[in-house]
Write a protein that binds this ligand. Structure first.
Ligand code: IPT
Length: 269
């Protein structure tokens, strides 16, 4: 048996940890996984990569690529009758999906820093081409607005630690430091902490930093990172289980929303 995994850049920690979980779980079911990695997420590249997987007679395809609703729906139609499960789409997309609750994740981060008494909060979002990055960012704004707050500064990175480092220098350039920075993923948070260290800004003494993902290395950052945990292993496992035993897809769409949790470590106080 074989499944297909169409994934975004595996050099990023989150997609690689999902791929790892998918491989392990499929292995237990004596199923191989054919991985196709996309560096570009345009319609033509996605469609061509999906076609190549289908040509290898996979019995289901998992798509972990940030996709707008229309393109996801188009790819699902292209794969018919092969079942497809999407991991990085909005919950408005009319496709089978298994996604983490971005609104909850954003709210958990905001509530955490507010509970520590911080009000001057800066935001470092992910790339605006990613639906999940946009959902986290708008979730932050909504949670802040509930407390009648707006961010004191905001920037967007590209998920990499390098972009976190670079954008942190902009967020830290104003006359008053933010009291907390909410970051859309742990890799960018790593870059933020490096920028703070270089400027002699103590984390968490002067600034609290909250990440997002809880990838395997985040407990080893210095200081260990407070972050919003997305259980990638569970997501990978459940995706494989779904694809190997899809519900009767003629009847309804499966839209599974996984909860996230706040992991409090030492980068916030
Ligand atoms: C999302 C990660 O949170 C982020 O760090 C980055 O790796 C991104 O993936 C890459 O697309 S998780 C995704 C399932 C929304």
């Amino acid at each position: 048996r074989a499944l297909g995994l169409l994934t975004t850049d595996l050099a990023l920690h989150a997609p690689s940890q999902i791929a790892s979980a998918v491989k392990s779980r499929a292995g237990l079911a004596s199923t191989s996984v054919i991985i196709s990695m996309l560096e570009q997420h345009d319609a033509a590249s996605c469609s061509a990569a999906l076609q190549e997987l289908l040509a290898q007679r996979v019995e289901g395809v998992l798509i972990n690529v940030p996709l707008e609703d229309a393109l996801a729906q188009q790819l699902a139609a292209q794969a018919q009758p092969t079942p497809v499960l999407f991991l990085d789409v909005s919950d408005k997309a009319a496709v089978n999906s298994l996604v983490f609750d971005a609104e909850q994740g954003a709210r958990l981060g905001v509530e955490h820093v507010l509970s520590q008494g911080h009000q001057r909060i800066a935001l470092l979002g992910g790339p605006q081409s990613s639906v999940s990055a946009r959902a986290r960012f708008s979730g932050w704004l909504a949670a802040l607005a509930q407390e009648k707050l707006t961010p004191c500064a905001s920037e967007y990175g590209d998920w990499s630690a390098a972009s976190g480092y670079e954008k942190a220098h902009l967020l830290l350039a104003g006359p008053r430091l933010p009291q907390a920075i909410l970051v859309a993923n742990d890799q960018m948070a790593l870059g933020v902490m490096r920028a703070c260290a270089e400027k002699g800004i103590d984390v968490p003494g002067q600034i609290s930093v909250v990440g997002y993902d809880d990838t395997a290395d985040s407990a080893w950052f210095s200081p260990p990172l407070t972050t919003v945990r997305q259980a990638f292993k569970e997501a990978g496992e459940r995706s494989v289980d779904w694809l190997l035993n899809p519900p009767d897809r003629e009847l309804t769409l499966s839209q599974i929303r996984l909860p996230v949790t706040l992991i409090e470590r030492l980068s916030t106080a």
